[in-house]
Design a binder for this molecule. Structure first.
Ligand code: GTP
Length: 727
């Protein structure tokens, strides 16, 4: 047996190559989920050529996925699937049903184990990815199965599909519907899920961007308010001459109006803090006799560059060690608005930025991070656990994901799976506000959506499958019934559970046509039977006639020579078995020629008929055989006879012929004589008629020679010399 068929190997190889190419171009679904179609080629090979060729094709298809996914798990999952399908096909299971079995029993559990224990994939994705894998498998198998169904029969490689059991119409119809249904439902479910997921993601993106913009603006307004408070206070103080008490009172009032400043101060041109709010701050720092802020940015920017300045975040000093953002502006003398005499500064309490966070309607789903121009955290929502002044470290993620969302990781920076989707807003002083939403709930949402969609799909599949069964049975049951009950047609005709109003028109018409044909066939059969019976009678009559013609002499209606010769051995055997005597006699009409010559041939015939009738009357036992042996010569064979009575009986007959006037024409009677040569035996038999004939003929000759009208009869012996004449 040839193990590898070159043609089959080429077929498997070419399809494998096509699968490899198609698998290099997976269709992106949500996130990093992709739909693969190339595997349909090993489904085709499994159905046509069985498991081992399918294994080759599957390995090639898996190579394409290995290149795209950079993971070796396709080399386990899909070759196994190909072997499963190939063996299932050998057992004559439909490939789609077999594949559903594979993914439920082997594929999905195996994939789960691989993902859980071998591959790096976050737990949150497992259920979703596993489900998707199974659905994908069923999708490409149904696609492959449909292609096989649609391929013209001549393209099927028949060699491997030999000895398949014929599937019922019902099964075939159900399977074809199921293939179509599975494909259509899966594709439409995937398309609609994806459209809806994309829509949802756009919503999420828009919402994030809106929130970032809104919160960014709020932050800007918040800062602007405080900047303008410092700015206004600086101008206002610059218009009034320095008066320590008055300024302190003004500073305290201002602080009261802007409680988000953790502290406020006024410093002179040497950077020495002269006034503060709360005043207690100054009293607490009395020990630091000359508390100087000359080295601080906020002093230098406001005093030397004479701008209203907002600082990055930094650790406060002097009045406490809180991380703060300082807002400062220069102070002038009323008469000299060019040369500053000091600064006014307010330190914003970073905790107050939580007010911004409070504005988010859904805090469980959103977090914010506000960083300064140095990427140091000013404020982060509590769940993120980022302390102010710490650097905001994150990594961008989800590069392979099909999504319009920007994504980043904060906790596991090297992980491929994204932790957050985000939008950011850059505030005009160089700060950045990030609005984050965890990615996992989005996955969960998609997972729920997929689960709901496919549950509905499964339900509709089951309902439709049941419907298909009903429709298919409605079509096939009458056909089955027609086929099964063809012989009991009348029973079928009355069976309105099979043929009722729901029976399709074509099948109903077919059933009526078959019924009509059947009735015509029956009547034709009856007619034929009648004709045959008639012909049989005619034939039997003809046969009888033929047999009689073959056995009887036409003129005398005695048996002819052929019959006598054929049946003689049987008569001989019968006598030999019972050791009974048999007599063999030749009867010849004397001078018959002269009758012909004198009265005509017809007269001769009449004489022959008359003599024959006399013979019939005389030798009438069932076992006696009288035949016309030729011309005017007759044979009389008398089995089971009494040897003593043979000659007297023959003599009696001879005498009666001699005494009887024989009518040979109208009013013409003549007298005839006969001569008989006979032999009998009760201990010596011979199945050859010629032997008997010869012995009897000798006696006939003797009778003729001795003057005719006599009987010469003797016992038959093997030796002619032993003969005892009884004449
Ligand atoms: N009418 C008629 N004559 C027949 C038939 N068959 C034979 N014959 C005649 O029977 C005659 C027999 O004549 P032969 O054999 O010379 O014998 P025979 O005249 O009877 O004389 P012997 O036998 O010596 O007494 C012939 O003339 C035949 O033509 C037949 O069927 N019908």
């Amino acid at each position: 047996m040839q193990l590898i068929n070159k043609r089959h190997l080429t077929f498997a190889f070419v399809l494998g190559f096509m699968g490899l190419l198609l698998n290099l171009m997976p269709i992106p679904l949500f996130g990093n989920q992709q739909l693969i179609i190339g595997n349909l080629f090993f489904v085709i090979v499994a159905v046509f050529l069985g498991p081992w060729y399918a294994l080759l094709t599957a390995l090639m298809c898996a190579s394409g996925l290995y290149i795209v996914w950079d993971s070796w798990h396709p080399f386990i999952l899909f070759p196994l699937e190909a072997l499963w399908l190939g063996y299932a096909r050998r057992k004559e299971y439909y490939s789609l049903y077999a594949d559903i079995g594979y993914w439920v029993i082997v594929g999905m559990p195996l994939f789960y184990i691989l993902v859980r224990f071998v591959l790096e994939m976050p737990d949150s994705y497992m259920f979703f990815t596993t489900l998707k894998q199974g659905i994908n498998g069923i999708l490409y198998t149904s696609l492959g199965a449909i292609i096989i169904t649609m391929l013209p029969q001549r393209l099927h490689i028949a060699a491997k599909l030999k000895n398949q059991h014929r599937k019922s119409f019902n099964h075939q119809l159900s399977y074809t519907f199921t293939q179509l249904l599975t494909l259509v439902l899966l594709v439409s479910a995937l398309i609609f899920s994806n459209l809806s997921i994309n829509h949802q993601q756009l919503d999420v993106k828009r919402h994030l961007e809106d929130t970032a913009l809104h919160l960014g603006k709020a932050t800007e307004t918040y800062l602007d308010n405080h900047i303008s408070a410092i700015d206004t206070a600086a101008r206002w103080l610059s218009f009034s001459a320095y008066d320590s008490e008055q300024w302190q009172s003004l500073l305290s009032k201002l602080h009261k109006n802007y409680p988000d400043f953790i502290s406020m101060l006024i410093a002179n041109e040497q950077g020495i803090v002269t006034l503060s709010s709360p005043v207690t701050n100054m009293q607490q720092s009395q020990d630091n006799a000359a508390f100087s802020i000359i080295d601080r940015h906020y002093f230098q920017q406001a005093f030397f560059n004479q701008i209203t300045y907002i600082s990055p975040v930094f650790l406060g000093r002097g009045f406490g060690n809180d991380p703060i953002v300082a807002i400062s502006a220069a102070l002038y003398l009323p008469q000299s608005p060019i040369a500053p005499i000091g600064i006014i500064e307010g330190s914003l309490n970073l905790a107050e930025f939580s007010q911004i966070y409070q504005r988010i309607p859904d805090k469980t789903q959103h977090d914010i991070v506000l960083v300064d121009e140095n990427n140091l955290v000013i404020y982060a929502s509590p769940a993120l656990n980022k302390s102010p002044l710490s650097e905001f470290v994150f990594s961008s993620s989800g590069f392979n994901y099909k999504t319009s969302l920007a994504m980043l990781n904060i906790k596991q920076l090297k992980h491929k799976s994204p932790e957050f989707a985000y939008a950011k807003h850059i505030i005009k002083n160089g700060w950045t506000l990030y609005v984050l939403t965890p990615f996992y709930p989005l996955v969960m949402q998609v997972e729920r959506q997929y689960f709901t969609t496919f549950s509905i799909l499964l339900l509709s599949f089951l309902v439709t499958f049941a419907l298909i069964k009903v429709v298919s049975l409605r079509l096939t049951k009458p056909l089955e019934a027609i086929a099964k009950k063809f012989h009991n047609w009348h029973q079928l005709e009355q069976d309105d559970t099979i043929f009722n109003d729901s029976t399709p028109q074509e099948i109903f018409t077919l059933s009526r046509s078959i019924l009509k044909s059947k009735q015509e066939l029956i009547s034709y059969q009856l007619e034929l039977e009648e004709k045959v019976a008639h012909r049989t009678i005619e034939l039997q009559a003809a046969n009888t006639k033929l047999r009689l013609l073959a056995e009887k002499d036409e003129l005398t209606q005695l048996y002819n020579r052929r019959y006598t010769e054929t049946h003689f051995p049987r008569l001989n055997d019968m006598c030999q078995r019972s050791c009974a005597a048999m007599a063999f006699c030749i009867l010849d009409i004397d001078h018959f020629k002269s009758i012909n010559d004198t009265h005509g041939h017809q007269a001769g015939d009449n004489a022959l008929i008359f003599i024959a009738d006399m013979m019939k009357q005389c030798f009438k036992r069932d076992t006696d055989v009288i035949s016309r042996y030729g011309g005017e010569e007759f044979l009389i064979i008398l089995p089971l006879c009494n040897p003593i009575e043979v000659k007297p009986h023959l003599d009696k007959f001879r005498q009666s012929v001699s005494d009887t006037p024989i009518p040979i024409g109208q009013n013409v009677n003549i007298h005839l004589t006969i001569s008989i040569g006979a032999v009998y035996s009760d201990n010596h038999y011979h199945s050859d008629i010629d032997y008997w004939f010869k012995q009897a003929d000798i006696n006939l000759y003797q009778a003729k020679t001795d003057g005719r009208d006599r009987v010469i009869c003797n016992q038959l012996t093997s030796n002619k010399q032993d003969k005892q004449s009884t004449a």
